[in-house]
Design a protein around this ligand. Structure first.
Ligand code: AMP
Length: 191
């Protein structure tokens, strides 16, 4: 199996690239943000809970997110591998993911991070907000809070994967095709 964590702050391009890479490498794409939005749309209990955090630009609590991620992985036995997009976002989530991978006798082969300057992120998200219909893209304060939350809780995960020699940083500024090329050359050389 090849399991990749596609990493980076909000607006780095994780979703866009995961959509391309899942076809190219025959991987299952799991975006925790997409699963939350699906639950919000269908007005489930999980959706109502998640929405109260997402609307403020805050992370949904770990226990809820981890249980949901596990269920998504378990829905897909016998696959070639996963692209995790937007998960893990905290140290507890990274631990849970490592444990889950162990249980399925696989591992995270690499965390690939899209590196993009903050001001570019804000610009991209405001632009995306014109068409995405996402409440959290529509307001600059919420966008900035999401980026702040990334630096408070998520950015440290780089060290977690660096320690295991599984961290790969990629320049996330350029055309979609250029960035796919950069990501592909990392994936093609994963251990
Ligand atoms: P995203 O689609 O990845 O930008 O996520 C949108 C929002 O969903 C985030 O701002 C969080 O509120 C929530 N979310 C998505 N993934 C996670 C996660 N792994 N942990 C906690 N909250 C998450």
């Amino acid at each position: 199996m090849t399991n990749i964590v596609l990493f980076g702050p909000p607006g780095a391009g994780k979703g866009t690239q995961a959509d391309i890479l899942k076809e190219k490498y025959n991987l299952v794409h799991i975006s925790t943000g997409d699963v939350f939005r699906y639950n919000i749309k269908n007005e489930t209990e999980l959706g109502t809970l998640a929405k109260s955090y997402m609307d403020k630009g805050h992370l949904v609590p770990d226990n809820v997110t981890i249980d949901m991620l596990k269920a998504e992985v378990e829905k897909n036995p016998d696959v070639n591998g996963f692209i995790f997009d937007g998960f893990p976002r905290t140290a507890a989530q990274a631990e849970a993911l490592a444990k889950l991978m162990d249980e399925t006798e696989s591992e995270i082969n690499g965390m690939i991070a899209l590196e993009v300057p903050d001001e570019v992120l804000v610009k991209r998200l405001l632009e995306r907000g014109k068409t995405s219909g996402r409440a959290d893209d529509a307001n600059e304060d919420v966008i900035r809070e999401r980026i702040a939350e990334y630096y408070r809780k998520t950015d440290i995960l780089k060290e977690y994967y660096q320690k295991e020699d599984r961290y790969y940083g990629v320049d996330g500024v350029g055309s979609i095709e250029e960035i796919t090329e950069r990501l592909s050359s990392v994936i093609d050389n994963l251990k």
